[in-house]
Design a binder for this molecule. Sequence first.
Ligand code: PA5
Length: 468
Amino acid sequence: MSSALRYDPSAALSLLDSGSLESLTEKLNAARAETLADVDLFESGGKVPAVKEPLDAGFINFPRQLLDEYEADASGSQLGRIIATAERLRADVDRVVLLGIGGSYMGARALFEALCHPYHNELSRAARNEVPRVSFEGNNVDNDALSALLGMLPNSPDCPRELTDRWATVVISKSGGTLETALAFRLMRQSIEGYYGAGSDELRRMIVPVTGEVGKLRSITDEQKYASHFPIPDGIGGRFSIFTAVGLLPAAILGLDIKALLQGAADMTDLFRTAPVGKNPVLDYTGVCHLFENQGAKIRLLSTWGKKLEAAGLWYDQLLSESLGKEEKGATPITVVNTRDLHSRGQQHQEGRRDKLITNVIVESTSAPDVTVPRFASDQDGLNKYAGKTVSDVLSAAIQGTNEAYAGVNRPTANLLMLAVTEHTMGQFFQMLMLATVVEGRLIGINPYGQPGVEAYKQNTMRILGED
Ligand code: PA5
C-alpha cells in the first residue's frame, strides 16, 4: 500500500555504531502483535490484567469505525451529527471559542494551524468561506488572556446582534473537572448567557460540550439540555482523542474534510497492521528512535520545516511526554520550527551534546501559490543572484544544507516526508505517531496509557486553593 507520508531514516542509520533496524525486527513485530492483541482484548470487553490498566486502545480502530457508521447511516451517525452541528454553527455565528487543555486542545490547535489560512482570524467572513473565527481558551491559567477575550465577546442583550457579532462556545473536557477548562467555561457561560439569555433556546444551541460519560460537565450538559453535545468514548485517552469529537468537531467547524482525515488515520492503521519492518513507518520510526536512544540520543527533536506544523509538533510533545515519561524512562521530545530555530537552537544541534536524534518533517509541496524572489534595478541587498527562485527553492536549499552540516559531524537525522499538508496526510501523521508511541511503550515495558504523574500538581493546587 503506498502512502503520502514516508519515513526515510537512511541518513541516521548510516551513522549507527552498532545494531540495525533488521536486528530489531523480532522485537518490533512482538510489540506490534501486543498492541494489536490489546485492541482485540479491549474490543472484546474481556478482563484487562492489572499490569495493563489503563488500556486505552480504543483509538486504533476508531477512525475506521466512525467511517463505517457514517457509510451505513450518514445523518444518524456520530460523524453525520458532528458535520450537521458544525454546519449549524458556521451559519449561526462568526466566532467559536474552543475551551480545552492538553489532549482536549492540542489536536484541534494542530489541525487549525496545519490546514487553515495562517491569518484565518484576520480575514473577512467571505474570505474565510463563512467559517467562524476561532479562539482557544481554557488551556492555561492566564488572567490577561482571559480578560482580553472576555472583553471582545458580546455579553449582554444590548450588544449588537449582527451575524458578525454572534459567537458560540465548544467546551471540551473528558473528565469534565479540569480546573483550567472549568474555570474558563464558567466565565464564558456568564458572558454567553448574558448575551443570548440564560435558559433561552438560542443559548442552548450556542454551547456545545464534548465530554465523557460521567463528570461535572456531563451533569451540566444534562441539566442545561444543550441542543448538541458529543461523547468522548471510554477507552480513548485524552492525548489519543484527536479522531473523536475532540478534534473532529473543531475541524468540521473550520470547514475541514473530516472524512479524509479519518481515512488517512485508517489507512495508516492498515499499513501498520500489514507492512514489514523496513516498509512500515510506525515500526521503522519506533525502531530507529529506540536504537538511537540506546546510544545516548535521549532527546528527540521534531524539526518541522514551516510554521504550519509547529502545533502538530507540540501535540507530539505531549503525546510522547505523557505516554512514555514514566518510571524514569522515556525520551524527551522537543519541537523546533526551521529555519526559524536554526537562529536560536541550531548552534547546539550542530556542536552541543550528542544526545539528539533529529526527525525532519518535510512537506514536499506548498499549499499556496509559489512566491518568487523579484529582481530589483538596484541590488543593494545582493539578492538579485536569487531572482526567479521561489521561497520553496530557498527552503529546500536550507533543508539540504542543514542536513549536510549535521551529517558532516555525524549527527543523526531522519526524514518524515509528506507529499502535501492535507487532511489525509495529517490523518496519517497523527495516527502514525500515536501508534508508534504505543508500540514503543510495549517495546520498553512502559504502559503508554494513563498519566499518573500529573495528579500531584493538581491535588496540591486544589489543596492550596482551599478544596479538600
Ligand atoms: O492526555 C490526557 O489525558 C490529558 O492530557 C488530558 O487530555 C488533559 O489533562 C485534559 O483533561 P480533560 O479532557 O479531562 O479536561
